[in-house]
Design a protein around this ligand. Structure first.
Ligand SMILES: Nc1ncnc2c1ncn2[C@@H]1O[C@H](COP(=O)(O)OP(=O)(O)OP(=O)(O)O)[C@@H](O)[C@H]1O
Ligand SMILES: O=C(O)C[C@@H](O)[C@H](O)C(=O)CO
Length: 336
C-alpha cells in the first residue's frame, strides 16, 4: 500500500529549511558538563543533520538557511558542500548575527542534555524573501523543522516555503524538533506548530512533542490514535509517533498503526537518534518501500548514530545501514 506519492519528474530529491549550527560534543563522556574540558566541533541542527543523512544515503539534496558571516558560518557551508549538499539557498547574514552553539553533556548513555547558546543566531534571521521558489519547485520533498518557527522572520520564511511546496506539489515533511529554550511560551509554540502541521503530508515527533501541541485539546490518555486522527482531517497521510528505544508507530488514514522492530545498539549518547531515524525513514518511503521496512531502516540508521560521538558526521551510508541490519540479524550486536 502506497500512502504518499513523490513527484518523480523533479531533479532534486530533498530540500530542508531551518537551523544550521555547531555541535560541540563532549570528549570526556560519562561526566557532567562542569567537569568536561574538551569538545569536538561538528555541524549541527536537526534539519541540517537530516539533510546530511539524506545525502549520505545517496539522495540529491539542498538546504535553505542562513549562516553567520564568520569562521563558524564558513565551516558549516564548507561541510555541507563537501557532503554534496546544494548551498545555493544558504544565505550569509550581514547584520552581525552569530552561529548557534549546542554544547552536549554526556553524563551516561541514557542521561544526555544539550546546553544551547542561541542569542542573536543567524539561522532565525532567514527572511521569506530569501527563500528561493525555483529551488522548492524542483524538490520532491521539503522538510521543515519546528525550531525555525520560534521567531520572526524565520517563522514567516518557513510559511513561505510551505506555500511554495504546496504550489509545486512537493511532499512536505514536518519533524517537530521541539526545543523549549528557543520559544517564549508553550502556548505560543502550540499555536505555530499546529498551523504548520495542518499543511504537512508526513509528521514525525515524539509523544512528548505531540503532548505540547495538544495542550488545548482533550486527549487525557495521550492516545496515539487520537493524536494521529486529527491530522488526517488536514493534509497528513502518515503520522509517526516515536517512543525512544521502545520504537515508533506510523499511523495512516486507514486506521492502521504500522510498527517495525528496533535494533540493539551500544549507545554512546542518545541525541541524533531522531534525525538519523528521519533520514532513514524518508529515504525508505522514497524508494517505495513499505512503512515497516522504511521505519526499520530509520531505526538501524539511528542505532549507528547513537553508537557514535557525533550526529551529523556519523550519518551512515546505505551500505553501512544494510551492514548494520545484517549484523543484528546474525546476532553480532547486542544492546549496551
Ligand atoms: N537506546 C536506543 N536503542 C536502540 N534504538 C534507539 C534507542 N533510542 C532511540 N532509538 C531509535 O531511534 C528512534 C528515534 O528515537 P527517539 O524517539 O529517541 O527520537 P528523538 O527523541 O527525536 O531523538 P533526539 O534525541 O535526536 O531528539 C527510535 O524510534 C528508535 O528506533
Ligand atoms: O541544535 C540542536 O538542537 C542540537 C543539534 O545540533 C544536535 O545535533 C541534536 O540535538 C540532534 O538532534
Amino acid at each position: 500500500m502506497t500512502y504518499v506519492t513523490f513527484p518523480q519528474a523533479k531533479s532534486l530529491d530533498f530540500a530542508a529549511i531551518g537551523r544550521l549550527c555547531i555541535d560541540l560534543n563532549a570528549n570526556e563522556i560519562n561526566r557532567p558538563m562542569e567537569e568536561t574540558m574538551t569538545f569536538t566541533k561538528y555541524v549541527g541542527g536537526s534539519p541540517a543533520n537530516i539533510t546530511i543523512g539524506m545525502s549520505r544515503l545517496g539522495m540529491k539534496t539542498a538546504f535553505i538557511g542562513k549562516i553567520a558571516n564568520d569562521q563558524m558560518g564558513r565551516f558549516i557551508a564548507d561541510y555541507l558542500q563537501r557532503n554534496a549538499i546544494d548551498t545555493s539557498n544558504v544565505v550569509t547574514d550581514q547584520t552581525g548575527a552569530v552561529t548557534g552553539l549546542a554544547f552536549t553533556e554526556i553524563k551516561s548513555p541514557s542521561d544526555c542534555s544539550i546546553l544551547m547558546y542561541r542569542n542573536n543566531v543567524a539561522d532565525l534571521k532567514l527572511t521569506p524573501g530569501e527563500v528561493q521558489e525555483s529551488l522548492i519547485a524542483q524538490a520532491k520533498v521539503l522538510l521543515i523543522s519546528g525550531t525555525a518557527l520560534a521567531q520572526s522572520p524565520s517563522r514567516e520564511a518557513v510559511f513561505q516555503a510551505l506555500n511554495y511546496a504546496k504550489k509545486h506539489g512537493a511532499v512536505i515533511v514536518f519533524d517537530l524538533d521541539y526545543r523549549p529554550y528557543t520559544w517564549t511560551s508553550p502556548e505560543e509554540t502550540a499555536v505555530y506548530y499546529n498551523l504548520a502541521a495542518e499543511k504537512c503530508d508526513i509528521i514525525l515527533g515524539t509523544r512528548e512533542e505531540f503532548d505540547m501541541m495538544e495542550q488545548f485539546e482533550h486527549n487525557p490518555e495521550k492516545d496515539d490514535q487520537i493524536t494521529a486522527a486529527k491530522w488526517f482531517d488536514y493534509s497528513a497521510k502518515i503520522v509517526i509517533i516515536k517512543h525512544g528505544k521502545e520504537g515508533s508507530i506510523a499511523y495512516t488514514p486507514d486506521g492502521i498503526g504500522h510498527r517495525a522492530k528496533s535494533f540493539p545498539a551500544k549507545v554512546v549518547k542518545t541525541f541524533g537518534a531522531g534525525d538519523s531515524y528521519a533520514a532513514g525513514f524518508i529515504y525508505g518511503v522514497m524508494q517505495g518501500w513499505t512503512l515497516e521496512k522504511s521505519m526499520e531502516y530509520g531505526s538501524a540508521a539511528a542505532c549507528i548514530v547513537i553508537s557514535s560521538h557525533s550526529c551529523s558526521d556519523a550519518m551512515p551510508t546505505a551500505a553501512q545501514v544494510d551492514a548494520y541490519i545484517e549484523r543484528c540479524n546474525r546476532g553480532e550486536i547486542t544492546a549496551s
